[in-house]
Every structure is written in C-alpha cells, then in structure tokens.
Design a protein around this ligand. Structure first.
Ligand SMILES: [Zn+2]
Length: 538
C-alpha cells in the first residue's frame, strides 16, 4: 500500500540514463518502488499520461536565505520545480551574525531584501538561523553555506585591514561552529566587501578549516573579466592546498574584450581534475548578471560599509578618486562600468527611486542635467537611489554561455533571491525561469544535450557536489522530490521587462512525497526540510 503513486510516466532517473516508461510508488515521503505497479494499492494515484518525471531540481547557488523567513514558500523557485536549494552564497550568508555588527550586516544586505519580507535579524549562529527557518517552515528543502564575508563582518565589520591572529582564530571558530551545526561548506564573494578586502592568504587559512570536514568551498571569484583565468587558477589552488572540493560560482565571462576565455578556463579545470583536484562550476542560462548597485564602486569606496560610502560620494575629494578609479581602463578591481558600459546596466529594483526601474544607466545619465560628465551624473544617480538598488548587467556572449551550460563539469543554477509576484520590482528573469529556460534552450530546442544529460546537471550532479546521497535521483530509498513536466510545452515566460511570470509546462512538483505545485498552482506550502551536513539530510 503506497501513500501515492505516479503512473505511466517517462522516468528520467537523474543520472543521465535514458528514460524508462513506468510508475513510481511513494511511501512515507520516500520513493518505495520504481517499476510497473500494476494493480498495487495506493491511497492516491496520479496518471502522468506519458509526461516526463524527473528528480526535483537542485539549485546549488542562490540567495534564498535572505528572504526565506518572510517568504517561506519561496514561490519563484518552488514553482519552477526546485526541490532543494543550497543558499548562503557569494560570501554573504544570513548567519553567522554578531551583536556588535548586526546592524552593519543588515544595512548592507537590505538592498537584496524587499521590505515586506524583511525579518528581525535576531539570531547569531548558523544553527540558530537554520532552526528559525525550520520552525517557520519552508516550501522546499534548504541547505546552507556559511559566508566568508558574513563571518568577517561578524568579527571586524567592514575594516579592510588584514586580520590579526586573534581575529583569524575567532573567524575559524565561527566557521567550525557553523559546519558543526550543519553548514555544507564555505562561500566567498571576492568582489564584495569584505571579501574584496581579504587576501588569498587569509582566505586559504580560513578555508583550511574545511579540510577536516571535507566540506565544499564555493566562490564568486575576484574577477570574471580581465583576470578570469588567474582567478580560476587561484581557486584551484585553494582546492589543492586545502584538499577540498571547490566550486566556481556562476562561471561566466563578462566584457566583450574577454569573450572566448571560457574554453580555456574549463580546460584548466579539466586538467586540475586529472591532477586529483575536485573542481566544478555552475552556470545560469542568461547573458546578464545581477547584483547590488554598490558593486559598481571600487572596493576602497566601500570601506566601513555603505553609509560611509554614501558620505564619500558627497565629499569632493573622495568623489574625484572614485571617479578616476572607475574611469581607469586598467583598474585592478572588478570594474563593471569599464567592462560593460553604462548602456548595458539596467536598474532592476530601487525602493528610493522606483521610476528608475527598468531603465539603463545610460538612459538615466542622458536625462540628467549634469550629463556632460557622465561619471559625475552616475554618482548623483547612485546617491538619488541611496546606493540601495539592484541591477542587471548585460556583458556575456550567448554562445559562450551555452558552451558553459553544456559542459560536463557545470551544474545549472539560478543565482536568484526568493520572489513572489506580490513583491513587485523587476528581478532578473532567472528568478522565475532558470530551469525551464535551460531545458528548453539546451535540450528541447537546440538538442545540444539530450534531455537525460541536461537533467543530470540539475539533479544528481548538484546533489553529489554537496554529498546528498538520498536526493537528486529517482531510486528506491531516496526522498520523493519529483517534478512532472511536459517536454512539449515546457518553457520560461519571465523576461527582463516582465519578470514575474511562472513557467509553463511544470505539471506537478513533489517535495518529500508531498504535492507542493499542481498544474501551475501552489498546494502545500511547507513540505520542505532544513538539511544539515552529515545529519542524514532528512
Ligand atoms: Zn555571486
């Protein structure tokens, strides 16, 4: 007797095997049988009508932790078939926090968090935060990384100086505690303060804590443009020295003059793997990135935090230095304006200046009274928005993105925040569309990959990267995280102009054996588990 059976499906098991026609029986949240079930009894039976049944999609890179307490169903993710998310990426996790710097961290991350879903930030440890998430409920399974930036903020705020021995010991303790409390590894974001203030040596020393756990190091590298190759080599070096698996986050090439580098970096990763270094990457299926508007400023402008940055932008001398640094074509930091140009940077959300949303910086500068000096005008516009805005930056080559998506070493990720249409704004379309967009473009339309191989990159491959042995495949004994979809109609509908659109063709989503989405409608809203590393992942 099963709790639920799904009959008459093309079953893609997630490993890359070709599909088989059959039935799946579910009991107590887990897959109990994968075969023809004939007349075996079941409390509820669903006729799949020959549609595709896959393990639920696993997203290794997103920022869902920032809004999960206010938006526990995580609508934009769950509705596109995501059943497990690894969050806390780019060095900026919601935990750990410290009493001394809680407000600094909150102020810094608030551009990413719509006011309607802002939480009280009353926790300190990683374990406390995950407990809060668990008690509040989640729409699908959540696992977390501890962020290097957050750990450093907890210890020394936005102080750019190298960490002392004492500070280093405290940071290592915070990381060790987080890992003991279930964190799946460490993330870093080396273009964002305080990651941008952190030397490779300091980073490696912190990452050495991961060795004893064999846990993952996942990094938004120092450069995805002019210094991309060097950054990939530095990341591999961390894997070599610390003997840990490393993941290159949202691997991409930004800036036209850098296009073409991805073939080389993926080759470097293949060679490192032959040497025994466990390096992989993840990629999202869009040619624009998205982040906070303050990432357009040079690191020194952000020393001490965003409030100080705003002060600097009004101080004539500091303002001049910032302008010169942005205008310098050979700057030694990730200079998006230089790499992409004002015309390729689009304002997504701006609570202070909603009328700026959906317009490029070029358009805003052209409409500014001080447009004769575009850099001056840009800084004024930044101040208009109180440095509190998110942007999309169009800097990648479509063919190169597809090459990255199809490469055997890449998983596919959203890099998105939790969203719901009610929250408004103009989030990046990846928020709602990533997985259907990937399957449509890379498998169903172009046939660059077979559907079974494309599904492997969003199920068993990401599961194996974080050691989830009972998710990401359809097999007896695994959790019943499943997506039933129609390969004929599956497609993303979210666009830059109209991003709050759920995809088409996702017929049903199950999380831990419970139906959470049925024919495009949300059902049970809190079927997810909080996953903790080394604790059975239940
Ligand atoms: Zn990132």
């Amino acid at each position: 007797m099963y709790d639920l059976t799904i009959r008459n499906a093309w079953i893609y098991d997630g490993t890359g095997n070709p599909p088989i026609r059959g039935d799946v029986g579910i009991r107590e949240g887990k897959i109990d049988a994968v075969r023809h079930l004939g007349k075996e009894e079941s409390s509820k039976s669903i006729d799949a009508g020959g549609l595709a049944l896959s393990p639920g999609f696993i997203d290794l890179h997103n920022h869902l932790d920032m809004a999960v307490l206010g938006l526990p169903f995580m609508d934009s993710h769950t509705m596109q078939g995501v059943t497990t998310s690894l969050t806390g990426n780019c060095g900026l996790s919601m935990a750990p926090l410290s009493d001394a710097t809680r407000d600094l961290a909150r102020k810094y991350l608030s551009p990413f968090i719509p006011a309607a879903v802002m939480s009280d930030w009353r926790w300190n440890s990683f374990g406390d935060f995950m407990k809060r998430v668990e008690n509040n409920g989640v729409g699908h399974n959540i696992a977390g990384l501890a962020g290097q930036g957050s750990i450093r903020i907890a210890v020394k705020g936005f102080d750019p100086s190298p960490s002392t021995g004492e500070e280093m010991r405290t940071m290592k303790t915070l990381l060790r505690n987080s890992l003991d409390e279930g964190a799946f590894g460490l993330s870093s974001g080396l273009i964002y303060p305080p990651g941008s203030f952190t030397s490779d040596r300091e980073l490696e020393e912190l990452a050495s804590v991961l060795t004893e756990y064999g846990a993952l190091y996942s990094t938004h590298m120092r450069s995805e443009g002019s210094m991309l190759t060097e950054s990939v080599e530095a990341t591999i070096e961390v894997g070599r020295k610390c003997r840990i698996p490393v993941e290159i986050s949202h691997h991409k090439v930004t800036g036209r003059c850098n296009w073409g580098k991805l073939h080389r970096t993926l080759r470097i990763m293949e060679l490192a793997r032959e040497e025994g270094i466990d390096v992989c990457c993840d990629v999202y299926p869009y040619t624009a990135g998205s982040t906070t508007i303050s990432a357009l400023l040079p690191p020194f402008a952000l020393e001490g935090g965003v409030e100080l940055a705003k002060k600097r932008l009004t101080d004539p001398e500091a303002r001049e230095r910032i302008k010169l640094s942005i205008q310098n074509p050979r700057s030694d930091w990730e200079n998006f304006i230089n790499d992409m140009g004002f015309e390729n940077i689009l304002i997504c959300s701006s609570p202070e200046k909603p009328e700026y949303q959906g317009r490029t910086l070029k358009e805003l500068i052209d409409g500014h009274p001080g447009k004769d000096d575009p850099y001056e005008a840009f800084i004024d516009i930044l101040l208009d928005m109180q440095c509190d805005a998110t942007m999309a930056m169009f800097g990648m080559d479509e063919e190169e993105v597809e090459y990255g998506l199809a490469h055997p070493l890449s998983s596919v990720i959203t890099d998105a925040w939790a969203m719901s249409p009610a929250l408004g704004g103009r989030p990046h379309p990846r928020t709602y569309g990533t997985f259907p967009a990937f399957l449509r473009r890379i498998a169903l339309d172009s046939r660059r990959l077979s559907l079974e191989n494309a599904l492997r990159k969003i199920t068993s491959l990401p599961a194996s990267r974080i050691g989830l042995s009972d998710r990401g495949v359809i097999k007896k004994g695994c959790w019943a995280d499943l997506v039933l979809f129609d390969p004929k109609t599956l497609r993303d509908k979210a666009t830059y102009a109209d991003p709050h659109r759920y995809p088409e063709g996702i017929e049903m989503v199950l999380v831990n054996g419970r139906v959470v989405v049925e024919r495009g409608e949300a059902r049970e809203t809190k079927a997810g588990h909080v996953l903790r590393r080394g604790q059975g992942n239940g």
